[in-house]
Design a protein around this ligand. Structure first.
Ligand code: BGC
Length: 257
């Protein structure tokens, strides 16, 4: 038997966002936290060294096995560990190897993924798209729009469909939850924008299911019924926990391959 790789039923997930850094150990069988999560505010300015130090503070508040897989979400395109963009975090992240800076402060090997990829992957494993075959598109509506596509259980990483140009605009600048608040839209007014956005997405991608996440998804009854799409569209189930759970699951997956 190989001793070099251990398969875990547990992993640790960390969600790095513009305002908070949250972490918890995750029970991967159940798809839920194995202990209460710990949150620290995102340091300002949110430069790589400062954020990585805060991440270490979160990790160190738990007594974790040395080789537990550790996953972090980051609000940016993450290509092979390197941030290629930066949404709501300091621009100095662009070109930074997130995995390396966090490994340095935590003393652990780390797997970094885009925030929407983590949340969407968690929904397909344990949440609203659990057991769904085919193409699942997950969109998180928040400050921006994060998107994730999972095809028969396989994640297609870094789909930046929030930045699709639609009617001459960056789509997220009109359809994100922050645009609803900024423009003081009614639910109907916002739903018109979402209708345009999701209809366009379904015309291009032909998903089998669309899952809508982000904080506003808990108010789904106010806007999802107003949408007229051919694709079934449902609210996310894991809510705020999705990022941490997805990061942990993807880290465990990466450790196995
Ligand atoms: C970024 C994505 C991110 C999303 C949600 C977008 O502005 O480009 O990488 O997933 O916001 O945070």
């Amino acid at each position: 038997m190989s001793t070099s790789k251990k398969h875990h039923t547990g992993a640790f997930g960390i969600d790095i966002g513009g305002s908070g850094i949250k972490g918890a150990p995750v029970n991967l069988k159940a798809g839920e936290f194995a202990a209460d999560r710990v949150r620290v505010p995102t340091p300002q300015p949110s430069t790589p060294e400062q954020v990585a130090t805060a991440v270490a503070e979160v990790v160190d508040s738990f007594d974790l096995p040395k080789d537990i897989p550790v996953g972090v979400t980051f609000p940016a395109v993450i290509q092979h560990g390197v941030a290629r963009s930066a949404a709501n975090v300091d621009d100095s992240w662009i070109g930074t190897n997130v995995e390396k800076v966090v490994a340095k402060t935590t003393g652990r090997s780390v797997h970094a993924v885009n925030d929407a990829d983590a949340a969407g992957y968690a929904e397909t494993l344990y949440g609203a798209a659990r057991g769904e075959a085919g193409t699942v598109l997950i969109a998180t509506l928040g400050t921006g729009i994060g998107t994730c596509m999972v095809v028969d259980g396989t994640l297609v990483p870094n789909l930046e469909l929030g930045h699709l140009e639609l009617d001459g605009f960056d789509a997220e600048s009109r359809a994100a939850e922050s645009a609803r608040e900024r423009d003081e839209l009614s639910w109907e007014g916002w739903a018109e924008r979402l209708q345009r956005y999701f209809r366009h997405l379904e015309d291009l991608l032909w998903p089998d299911l669309i899952v809508v996440g982000g904080g506003v998804s808990k108010k789904h009854a106010k806007f999802l019924p107003l949408l007229d799409l051919r694709t079934p569209i449902v609210p996310a189930e894991l809510r705020n926990d999705a990022g941490i759970i997805g990061a942990a699951a993807l880290a465990a997956h990466a450790a196995k391959v």
